[in-house]
Design a protein around this ligand. Structure first.
Ligand SMILES: C[S@@+](CC[C@H](N)C(=O)[O-])C[C@H]1O[C@@H](n2cnc3c(N)ncnc32)[C@H](O)[C@@H]1O
Length: 407
């Protein structure tokens, strides 16, 4: 992680030179067909009338119910009538080289993170407003939580993995304890007593922040052979800068943050009331061939958990051969039924999922999801192919399924 960090770019933008008719300018990183589809859906949802022009990166804005709201919430646009969007300003606060790892998103190299820009757009598309509550019952690295927080949407994030719970908390809660974190820093320079020092921190948010800095360092050490103490201090520094960027962005853009509640839990039995949720955005485990419990074993150990004992609670890793698939399907049925129970009528659930390959065969997870959700009373309103071409022509295909719970 350390070698990817760069100096922060400045805050000032020269927006004046843009001709006014370049009214809706896409962000430079937008390159896939599914992103254009989402960009159009979010414009519609934010009450804009528009035309796609001949220039690939520009849309003509014909009118908008509330132009200021469009500028404040849009995820795929750089400028609205020559004015920089909030999102464009937010993504400048990035200490990494990766365009989607701004603010606290980068903290911990978790496999299978959502693209945050897509989540911001989806929150817009399903019509969530300030003060509504979104649920992600497979919160993973906390992407939905950070994006909801930035849009003033409350978020309940659940994960069975303590590693996911701690990283999601750290990414969304550290902004509330920045002065205490900064104040503590000098006392942590004695690395021999680091564990004891961290464990004796009375404030949980401050303690979690330091546990996370250590986990990032352990991962740097394991993957890149970095010396642990240097990696810890460097990560601590970078994490503090990112949290401080977050505080600055909130102040400068006058953002009213959503309230975030991250809990350890099981998506098959959620401790939440019937019809209490305004929207769901999530990505369930589907790579049954990838054992992500084994993947994160070193971090579980450092957090004091026995990965082997926890396996039974994780969807997609239990059993072998045919049983593995059967267990996966049964677990996902329970999770989808829970989503149906919790969601208010006429609201939306977005499931991002792909077909997995297991024992050389394609497992039709997407079709399974569509069929089962349909049987529960969810209507599929959009099925967007999310095809990404990576290095060496490697193609990754997922589907963005948008369901409506029929009232
Ligand atoms: C595909 S990942 C989600 C990634 C997430 N969207 C992100 O941006 O990081 C799926 C998550 O499901 C979690 N999970 C597996 N079984 C679970 C269960 N029974 N209840 C809740 N979460 C579970 C895993 O720990 C993993 O974090």
């Amino acid at each position: 992680m350390i070698d990817k960090m760069e100096n922060l770019k400045g805050w000032a933008y020269n927006t004046e030179k843009l001709p006014r008719d370049r009214q809706l300018l896409l962000l430079d990183n937008v390159q896939f067909i599914y992103e254009l589809a989402l960009a159009q859906l979010e414009l519609q949802s934010l009450g804009a009338q528009f035309e796609v022009t001949n220039e690939f990166r520009e849309f003509r804005l014909l009118g908008a119910k509330d132009e200021d709201r469009l500028m404040r919430r849009a995820a795929y646009f750089k400028f609205v009538r020559g004015k920089a969007t909030d999102y464009f300003k937010i993504i400048q606060k990035n200490r990494t080289r990766s365009v989607n790892q701004y603010l606290t998103h980068w903290i911990y190299p978790y496999k299978g993170k959502f693209h945050p820009q897509m989540i911001r757009a989806l929150l817009n598309i399903i019509g969530l407003k300030q003060g509504n509550t979104v649920l992600d019952p497979f919160i993973g690295s906390g992407t939905t939580a950070v994006e909801a927080q930035l849009l003033g949407i409350n978020c309940i994030g659940i994960d069975v993995s303590p590693l996911c719970v701690i990283q999601s908390k750290v990414k969304t809660e550290s902004i509330y304890v920045l002065p205490q974190i900064v104040e503590l820093k000098p006392s942590l320079f004695n690395l021999e007593t680091l564990d004891d020092s961290i464990n004796s921190i009375p404030n949980d948010k401050v303690k979690n922040f330091h546990k996370m800095a250590k986990l990032v360092a352990i991962s740097d050490n394991a993957r890149r052979g970095r010396e642990l103490s240097n990696a810890f201090l460097k990560n601590l520094e970078l994490m503090i800068s990112s949290v401080s960027d977050y505080c600055q962005v909130v102040k400068e853009l006058n953002i009213e943050l959503g309230q975030i509640d991250i809990k350890t839990g099981d998506s098959r039995a959620l401790p939440l009331d019937n019809e209490s949720i305004d929207g769901i955005v999530t990505s369930p485990p589907y790579s049954i061939a990838l054992d992500y419990v084994a993947n994160d074993a070193h971090s579980f150990k450092d957090l004091g958990y026995d990965a082997l004992k926890m396996r039974n609670d994780f969807i997609g890793v239990r059993g072998t051969g045919k049983t593995k698939m059967e267990l996966y399907n049964a677990d996902m049925k329970k999770s989808y039924s829970e989503m149906y129970r919790l969601l208010k009528p006429n609201k939306y659930a977005v499931i991002v999922i792909g077909n997995a390959t297991y024992q050389g065969k394609e497992v039709k997870t997407v079709e399974f999801t569509i069929d089962y959700m349909g049987g529960l009373g969810f209507r599929l309103v959009k099925n967007i192919n999310k095809i990404i071409f990576g290095l060496y022509n490697v193609m990754k295909k997922e589907n963005i399924l948008i369901f409506k719970k029929e009232g």
